[in-house]
Write a protein that binds this ligand. Structure first.
Ligand code: IMP
Ligand code: MG
Length: 406
């Protein structure tokens, strides 16, 4: 519900127990979803976070698939994970040439660089829009998405395009061969599979990547990612009817972080942000970059609640604020002398607004060892009131066990 990194990995792993399958519908290996079990840290980029619960794993057509990264990710997981994985044939592939293009574009932007993860995600979706991207099914000798299986001749325009941009794509065919073996036996129709699972009485958890405010249409464009992060993308990203998209659970962190460039109204600097970063391990799970830290932004969150139609939320990282004396929540933005609670109204001026804060309580020394402490109860009441949602899950530590259902 914010700028990503709200703790989706942990929450998805926790919830996956109650589902038969977990399906990713957006993003690519720019995502970093962390799951900690018994002190051991697992970071997923493409594999859905239900992998460690032995669930069926689905990667929908809306995902930009980097076959090389997928292979690397699967190689450190038990072999059973690969057997449970299906990748949609319509997934656009991310190539090393897209990564090069990502770097070239960032350099061209100079001081207005986005601070992308450099995983080639923007270029891959752009290549899809240009009808130049290869799809997973293109690597199969036989498939039902093309009138006749595509031959290497059919991607000569793709190679020419990279060459025009000055990107050396002479080893394109070796990348294709490498990718073919990486996804061998994994390709199928994810939308159909979801419908089958549901028709036989099963259930599927849909896992998003990134956050609402990084959506390329509804977030802080151009400082956004390149695939849709809002709930509305679920049916399109998976190939299922809207009626099968279910009810969203919004995930938010009790403070805010952002990695990469772009406006961040509640950003804080100095000792408090350093403390939060170190206690909360606020470093990008994909790039290792230190995350920018800020206070809870209720103006932005109300926008995310409305846009996604969220009624239930999970709140993460409450334990981190046990180490911080102060607690602040931004209740309005001040801009050109007046105050507003309307995020959309100021979306184009996010870099210039002044946050108006409230400090209704502190969470310092809240102890979660014997259930929900009074400080957390106050926070939950406050949040429910401010956002008009129900808090149904609280996470107060990395481990699965550090979760409270309400
Ligand atoms: P890209 O998605 O790599 O093009 O990066 C675009 C912007 O989205 C940058 O600010 C990234 O830091 C941010 N971003 C992309 N993926 C994630 C994520 O999974 N979590 C948080 N930020 C992300
Ligand atoms: Mg992350």
């Amino acid at each position: 519900m914010q700028w990503g990194d709200e703790g989706k990995g942990k929450i998805v792993d926790y919830l996956a127990g109650g589902f038969d399958a977990v399906a990713r519908f957006n993003g690519g290996s720019n995502a970093g979803h962390t799951v900690v079990i018994g002190g051991e840290k697992h970071t997923f980029h493409l594999v859905p976070s239900g992998a460690l619960k032995g669930k069926q794993l689905l990667i929908g057509a809306g995902v930009a698939l980097d076959p090389v990264i997928l292979r690397r990710e699967l190689s450190i997981l038990p072999a059973s994970v690969r057997r449970k994985l299906m990748v949609d044939g319509r997934c656009s592939l991310v190539s090393p040439f897209d990564k090069e293009l990502d770097a070239v574009l960032e350099q061209m932007r100079g001081s207005s660089a986005i601070g992308t993860t450099m995983r080639g995600i923007g270029p891959a979706y752009a290549m899809r829009a240009l009808r130049l991207a290869l799809r997973a099914s293109d690597l199969l000798h036989e498939n039902n998405l093309h009138p006749s299986p595509r031959s290497s001749a059919s991607w000569s325009a793709t190679i020419k395009f990279y060459s025009r941009l000055g990107i050396d794509a002479s080893n394109f065919s070796s990348w294709v061969e490498d990718s073919r073996s990486a996804i061998e036996g994994l390709v199928g129709d994810v939308g159909e599979r979801i419908i089958e699972i549901k028709q036989s009485g099963g259930s599927v958890l849909f896992e998003a990547a990134q956050g609402t405010l990084l959506d390329p249409l509804y977030g802080s464009y151009p400082y956004s990612t390149s695939s849709h992060t809002v709930v509305g993308y679920i049916p399109a990203g998976l190939g299922i009817p809207m009626s099968e998209a279910g009810e969203p659970l919004g995930i938010l962190k009790c403070y805010t972080t952002r990695v990469g460039e772009g406006p961040f109204p509640t950003e804080i600097a100095g000792p408090i942000s350093n403390l939060v970063r170190s206690v909360g391990h606020e470093y990008g799970a994909t790039t290792g970059r230190p995350r920018r830290v800020g206070w809870l932004d209720l103006v932005a969150l109300r926008y995310a609640v409305r846009l996604n139609g969220v009624k239930n939320v999970a709140v993460s990282k409450l334990d981190v604020l046990s180490s911080v004396k102060e607690f602040k929540a931004c209740v309005a933005y001040r801009y050109l002398g007046s105050e507003t609670r309307d995020f959309l109204h100021l979306l184009g001026h996010l870099g210039e607004v002044q946050p108006v804060y409230e400090s209704p309580f502190t969470m310092k020394d809240a102890d979660y060892n014997s259930g929900l402490p009074p400080q957390a109860k106050k926070f939950i009441d406050y949040l429910q009131d401010a956002l008009n949602v129900r808090v149904s899950l609280v996470s107060h530590g990395e481990e699965r066990s550090r979760t409270i259902e309400l």
